[in-house]
Ligand binder design. Structure first.
Ligand SMILES: Nc1nc2c(c(=O)[nH]1)N[C@@H](CN(C=O)c1ccc(C(=O)N[C@@H](CCC(=O)O)C(=O)O)cc1)CN2
Length: 304
C-alpha cells in the first residue's frame, strides 16, 4: 500500500516510504534466499564506522539489523574517532580483498582529520554500494546504467516512478547540490527525461524556481525551509531532510519542508520520519544484492 489519505492535509496524499521500503526489503530477502540456493553465495555487506557520532551509530545499527533480517551477511568495523586515514584505508584494503564481502559502506560523516574523498575512492568500485566512488559517480554523470547509484536518490526515484509513472517532460527542481543527494538526483531525473534545475546556496530565488516545479526534491539540511508558497498546487514534494530539533514537547525529527502547510497545497508528499530515510537503507540492501549478482556473473562458469 503506497498511498494513504493523510488526515491533517486537505489535498496531499502521503507517500509512505516506510511501507514501500518494507515491501522492497521483503523482495530482497526472496532474492537472497534464491542466490544462496542456486549458487551457495550469501550477499555480504561490510559497514565501516569511524568515531562516535550518535546518529551515525543509530544508522549503522539499523543497516546491520536489516541486512541480517534479509538473510545477508554483515561485517561491522568500528574504529575510534582518533583513527588515521591509514587506519581506515587498511580496513578498506582488507575488505576489497575479502570474497565474502560484496558491498562496502563507510558511514559519513568521517572525523575531520580523514579526507572522505580519499577513503571513498579506495573502495573497489564493484563493491561501492553507496555509489560514491568517482568511477560510479562518473558513470551516472554520463548517463550510463552500469554503475552503482547512491541509495538516497535511488530511493527517491523509486518512489517518484511508483507514484507518477513516467517522469518524462516533468519539471524537477532539486534544492541542495551535495554529492550524496542533490547531484546524483539531478542526473537520475535527467536520465528520466525531466527538465532539471539544481539549486544551491548562491541561487538567487530558490522559491521562484521551486514554484515552477512538478517535482521538488529538498535536501538542504534546513528545517522547515520550504513553505506553502514555494509549491505549485498539485506538485510532488520529496523531503530528504532529517533534522533533530527541540520542541516544547521534547526532541523531534523534522524534514526540510514545513509539512503541515505544504501538504495543504502539494499533490503528494513524503513525511519525515517514514519517507525517504527507510528507502535509503532498503536501497543499500538492493545495491549489495546487485553487487553479489555481478560477482557471480564474473565467476568462472564451473564455480557459478
Ligand atoms: N555512507 C553513507 N553515509 C550517510 C548516508 C548514506 O547514504 N551513506 N546517508 C545519511 C544517513 N543515513 C544513512 O546512512 C540514514 C539517515 C536516516 C535514515 C532513516 O531511516 N531515518 C528515519 C528516522 C531515523 C531516526 O529516528 O533517527 C526516517 O527518516 O524515517 C536512514 C539512513 C548520512 N550518512
Amino acid at each position: 500500500m503506497l498511498l494513504t489519505n493523510h488526515a491533517p492535509s486537505p489535498t496531499a496524499q502521503l507517500i509512505d516510504g516506510k511501507a514501500f521500503a518494507a515491501g522492497l526489503v521483503a523482495e530482497i530477502a526472496v532474492d537472497v534466499a534464491a542466490m544462496v540456493a542456486a549458487h551457495g553465495i550469501r550477499p555480504g555487506l561490510a559497514v565501516v564506522l569511524v568515531g562516535d557520532d550518535p546518529a551515525s551509530a543509530i544508522y549503522v545499527r539499523s543497516k546491520i539489523r536489516k541486512t541480517e533480517a534479509a538473510g545477508m551477511a554483515s561485517f561491522a568495523h568500528r574504529l575510534p574517532a582518533s583513527a588515521s586515514r591509514q587506519d581506515v584505508l587498511a580496513v578498506i584494503d582488507a575488505l576489497n580483498r575479502d570474497p565474502a564481502v560484496h558491498g562496502i559502506l563507510v558511514q559519513l560523516p568521517l572525523p575531520p582529520q580523514i579526507d572522505a574523498t580519499t577513503v571513498l575512492d579506495a573502495i573497489d568500485p564493484s563493491k561501492d554500494v553507496d555509489g560514491f566512488h568517482i568511477v560510479n559517480a562518473g558513470k551516472l554523470a554520463n548517463g550510463r546504467t552500469d554503475g552503482m547509484v547512491p541509495c538516497t536518490p535511488l530511493g527517491c526515484l523509486m518512489l517518484l516512478k511508483a507514484e507518477l509513472g513516467s517522469l518524462a517532460g516533468l519539471h524537477a527542481v532539486i534544492i541542495g547540490c551535495s554529492n550524496i543527494v542533490g547531484k546524483p538526483m539531478a542526473r537520475l531525473l535527467l536520465r528520466e527525461k525531466c527538465t532539471v534545475v539544481l539549486t544551491h546556496q548562491k541561487t538567487q530565488d530558490v522559491a521562484a524556481e521551486a514554484r515552477r516545479a512538478d517535482i521538488v526534491v529538498v535536501a538542504a539540511g534546513r528545517p522547515g525551509l520550504v513553505r506553502r508558497d514555494w509549491i505549485k498546487p498539485g506538485a510532488t514534494v520529496i523531503d530528504v531532510g532529517i533534522n533533530r530539533i527541540q520542541t516544547a514537547d521534547g526532541p523531534k525529527i523534522v524534514g526540510d519542508v514545513a509539512f503541515d502547510e505544504v501538504s495543504a497545497v502539494a499533490g503528494r508528499i513524503t513525511p519525515v520520519p517514514g519517507g525517504i530515510g527507510p528507502m535509503t537503507i532498503a536501497c543499500l540492501l538492493r545495491n549489495t544484492v546487485e553487487a553479489a549478482r555481478e560477482h557471480i556473473g564474473r565467476m568462472p562458469r564451473s564455480a557459478a
